[in-house]
Design a protein around this ligand. Structure first.
Ligand code: THU
Length: 124
């Protein structure tokens, strides 16, 4: 699957976000080794810390389906935001050093990162 196709799936996930407090929607699409696609969006809560990021929603959903091997991940938000610290830790622990495509979901431009660059000297 081409990066832009995975990014398109992340845009679809972004449209499902529950971002009623921040108005900042994030979408994530994970491509498994078997070419399954698992989506995640951010889900916010009135008890703010209960909010969950799109990346971890997707990763936890995939793991819950028994999917443990991944080829790529796409993350979409209006500012092409990079994953937050806790998401970087979970990406480090549960995804291999796969390409992380980051896009604003509007243009055909995207950045490619690896967790080894985003989280040097990780815990664990
Ligand atoms: N958010 C994500 O979904 N992923 C990140 O990596 C950073 C932040 C969400 C959480 C919250 O719903 C909103 O973006 C604003 O922080």
């Amino acid at each position: 699957m081409e990066p832009l196709d995975l990014i398109k799936q992340a845009v679809k996930a972004q449209s499902h976000a529950h971002a009623q407090y921040s108005n900042f929607t994030v979408g994530c699409a994970l491509l498994s080794e078997n070419n399954d696609i698992v989506l995640g969006c951010n889900i916010e809560s009135a008890a703010y810390p209960s909010t969950m990021c799109a990346e971890r929603v997707a990763i936890y959903a995939a793991l819950s389906k028994g999917i443990t091997k991944f080829k790529a991940i796409a993350i979409v938000s209006s500012i092409s935001g990079k994953p937050c610290g806790p998401c970087r830790q979970i990406i480090h622990e549960y995804l291999a050093d796969i390409p992380i495509y980051i896009s604003d979901g509007k243009s055909n431009d995207y950045e490619t990162h690896h967790i080894s660059d985003l989280l040097p000297h990780p815990f664990g």
